[in-house]
Structures are given as structure tokens and as C-alpha cells.
Design a protein around this ligand. Structure first.
Ligand code: GUN
Ligand code: ZN
Length: 432
């Protein structure tokens, strides 16, 4: 067992932040040896129960849940910052040529530890990631996550048309490979599998049908794809699937919308699309740095809430420009402010933080498992230093309440704020 004394941030069931300036976090192994939160709350109230335990005291630090990234591309670690007119030329000129390198196991195995180090350095302890169309990329990423005992979900990308040599797969083999990988990895330790059609335009009807059949046969496996990101992409999808009601409707027609289905972007939706998300239990991975970088548009938060479908935040590296959840939360704030509804309102710091932790976990079907530090949760957490830079120290010292403190961290924070990332009692970070 391990007992920490520090400021402590966690979430109530309704998404509001619970904050103890002088808090206690006790963690210990469950029957499977997995570290879980045993107790969390005010030091004064809980300390007597743990008086016989040694205490790790972290003054002037904040313990907070590890961040959850709902959509990131492991093979695009080196694609960050590649400028293009928009999504389709960016895919053609930078992304597909780079992803073709992951056919080699050695290359995949070289990038995987860097990618996971970068997630952890930035405080991300759970991710739903794209690999490439090559099964070797999935084995490399999940093998590395398993060594770190990290919670990670990924899948082999399905793309059997409109893709260049080197990344295009073959319909029948792609579905065989997907099922083999599900059986090899899904539910092993903290790992999960996601059936991963890249997006409708790069899959044949046969491949989407096969993916839908696998999704029905393996109901607790995740599904991930992209939708309604860019106007040229939408036009293309509509041409290729004229029988479907909308671009999103394509996925529904092939049995790819259900609980645990995660669609990145979801920008250019109408209310029927939003109702389809809600009614099928599918959720959106909102990717604001990517949408701003590629000029894709603004996620419509007000309409999503009005109709009532689930969502959470994502980096979408390498369309996204940063691994840092702080950068993503700040970009989401800009989007909430400047988005389609033009209401002039934006998201509160507590809402932004929730969307990248407990809210993202809930959207992934992992509420009460990760993204929070309530008793019973897996003990993945970060140690944040609100004095990490001179400006942060100055600004956070003047915070008059929790919202001002969290907002200062969101606006001024980055990887320097994350002093330690703790997963399964393995520590990463400068003071580990
Ligand atoms: N749509 C299809 N593939 C991709 C991708 O790799 N990144 C983004 N942002 N959108 C996509
Ligand atoms: Zn993406």
C-alpha cells in the first residue's frame, strides 16, 4: 500500500471537480495485483485510518487523474507539423508515405517506446490509438504498452482501396488479420483492441461489411474511425456511398455504430447524425488542435449537448499538433468560444479537464476504471507542479479559487507541469 499527502483533484459522478487542498490518496493492489485507489479525500478525515503507513508528502503539488486521449495515431508521431491545404492532400503527401514504413517490425518497434514515453511524459495514461494497416505495428505498440502495464487500445487500420501501395491492405486478409489480433490482444492485461476502418472512402463495401460482422461477433471490442472532418472528404464519401443517408449513415449501414464506437471529429453533422450517435451509443473524439491545424472546422459543442451524445477530448497527433492535454484543452476552449453556434460562451476549466479525464473514460466505456481517482479506480495518476515555470508560479499564486487555478494550468501549462506520471506504481518523470 502507498499513501500520498498532497492537493488532490478528482471528479464526482456529475462531472464536477472535487478538490482537496490538503488531500490523501491511498493506493494498493487488488486480487489481480493491479493498483487501485483505496481511499481519496481530505487528509484530516482519512489520515487516522492510515496512521500506521509511511506517507509520501508532496507539498505544493497536485495529484490528478492521468489523462485519457480518445484518438491519436501512433505512426504519426513524426508527421506532426506537416503543413497541407487540408486533410486529403495531407494524407496523400505526408501521412500515407510515412505510415508505409511501419511494414517493418523493427521500425514499428523503434517508434513504439518513443510514442509511449511521449504519452507518459505528457501525463496521458490511457489512449485509444490508430496503428497502421500492418499487423506488425499493432504487435509493436501493444507489446510495448504491456511491458509498461499501461492501459492502451489500438487496432490494425483497414484500408483496402483509394490508398497507395505500401499502406493498402487486401480485403479478405485484412479481416483475418483483425480477428487474429483481437484474439491475441483484446483483454490481455490492460490492453484492448479496436476494429479500425480508416474512414469510409478508403474501404470497400466488402471490407466495411466484414468489419461490421466482427463488431457484432466481438461486442466488447472497440470500433474507431473518422467522420465528417473535412468538406472534400464528405463530398467524396457521399459519392462513394450514395445509398446512405449521410456520411455517418455509412457506418450505421455496415453495423459499425454501437457502444464503444468512437468517431473522430464529427464536425459537419446535422441533427439526424447527432441523434444517430446518441441512439447507437457511439461517441465523438473531439480533436481541436488537429481541426484548427488542418482547417477542418469547429466541433459544435452546443448542438452535441442539445441532442445529447457522448464525447471527449483527443490530440489526434499527427494531424493534431501536440501530445500535451493542456494544449488540447486550450484549443477546445478556443473552439467552444469561436464555434458554429457563435454564442460567445465557452467551456469552463472544470468541463475541459473532465472531457480529457473522467469524461473521456466514460465515453470509452471505462467510467470508474480510469480517468478518475475515486475509490476502486485503477491508480493511474499525475503529479502536477503549478510552479513549473516562472509565469505559472506567478499566475497560480494569485488564483483566488479552483477555476482560476485550473484555468491558469490549462492556458500556460504543458509537459513541464507534469512532474511525474504513475501507472501501476511504475514512475516516469524527472523526480521518479
Ligand atoms: N481521415 C482518414 N485518415 C485520417 C488521419 O490519419 N488523420 C485525420 N485527421 N483524418 C483522417
Ligand atoms: Zn485521426
Amino acid at each position: 500500500m502507498r499513501v500520498y499527502r498532497s492537493a488532490l483533484l478528482r471528479f464526482a459522478d456529475d462531472g464536477t471537480v472535487l478538490y482537496d487542498e490538503d488531500g490523501l490518496l491511498a493506493i494498493g493492489p487488488d486480487a489481480l495485483g493491479r493498483q487501485r485507489v483505496l481511499a481519496a479525500g481530505a487528509w484530516q478525515a482519512l489520515a487516522p485510518e492510515y496512521s500506521d503507513q509511511p506517507v509520501t508528502h508532496l507539498p505544493e503539488r497536485i495529484l490528478a487523474p492521468g489523462f485519457v486521449d480518445m484518438h491519436i495515431h501512433f505512426p504519426q508521431t513524426d508527421v506532426i507539423g506537416s503543413p497541407a491545404d487540408g486533410l486529403l492532400p495531407w494524407l496523400e503527401n505526408y501521412t500515407f508515405p510515412h505510415e508505409s514504413r511501419f511494414v517493418e517490425s523493427e521500425y514499428s518497434e523503434q517508434v513504439a517506446p518513443f510514442f509511449i514515453d511521449e504519452l507518459l511524459r505528457n501525463g496521458v495514461t490511457t489512449a485509444l490509438a490508430f496503428s497502421t494497416s500492418h499487423p506488425a505495428s499493432v504487435d509493436a505498440l501493444l507489446g510495448e504498452a504491456q511491458r509498461r502495464q499501461m492501459r492502451l487500445i489500438t487496432g490494425k487500420v483497414l484500408q483496402d482501396r483509394h490508398s497507395p501501395d505500401g499502406v493498402r491492405d487486401e480485403t479478405e486478409q485484412s479481416l483475418i488479420d483483425t480477428e487474429t489480433l483481437i484474439q491475441r490482444w483484446h483483454g490481455v492485461d490492460r490492453l484492448g483492441y479496436a476494429i479500425t476502418p480508416r474512414f469510409a472512402p478508403t474501404s470497400t463495401h466488402e471490407q466495411l461489411r466484414g468489419a461490421g460482422e466482427l463488431a457484432a461477433r466481438y461486442p466488447d471490442v472497440w470500433i474507431q474511425s473518422h467522420v465528417a472532418e473535412n468538406l472534400d472528404e464528405i463530398r467524396w464519401a457521399r459519392e462513394l456511398f450514395p445509398a446512405s443517408r449521410s456520411y455517418l449513415g455509412v457506418y450505421d449501414d455496415f453495423g459499425l455504430m454501437r457502444d464503444r464506437a468512437v468517431y473522430a471529429h464529427c464536425i459537419h453533422f446535422d441533427d439526424d447524425d447527432r441523434a444517430l450517435m446518441r441512439d447507437t451509443g457511439s461517441v465523438a473524439a473531439v480533436s481541436p488542435t488537429s481541426n484548427l491545424f488542418l482547417g477542418s472546422g469547429f466541433f459544435d459543442y452546443a448542438s452535441a449537448d442539445r441532442v445529447g451524445f457522448g464525447y471527449g477530448l483527443a490530440s489526434d497527433v499527427g494531424g493534431g499538433t501536440s501530445f500535451s492535454p493542456f494544449h488540447t484543452m486550450l484549443a477546445a476552449y478556443y473552439v467552444g468560444r469561436e464555434g458554429q453556434t457563435k454564442q460567445g460562451l465557452s467551456l469552463s476549466p472544470q468541463q475541459l479537464w473532465w472531457q480529457h479525464t473522467a469524461g473521456a473514460a466514460k465515453a470509452l466505456g471505462l467510467a470508474g476504471v480510469v480517468g478518475n481517482l475515486q475509490p476502486g479506480c485503477e491508480a493511474d495518476f499525475v503529479v502536477l507542479n503549478p510552479q513549473a515555470t516562472p509565469l505559472l508560479a506567478r499566475k497560480t499564486a494569485q488564483a483566488r479559487n479552483l477555476d482560476e487555478l485550473l484555468f491558469a494550468l490549462i492556458v500556460l501549462g504543458d509537459d513541464r507541469v507534469v512532474e511525474q506520471t504513475v501507472i501501476s506504481q511504475a514512475k516516469y518523470g524527472s523526480s521518479a
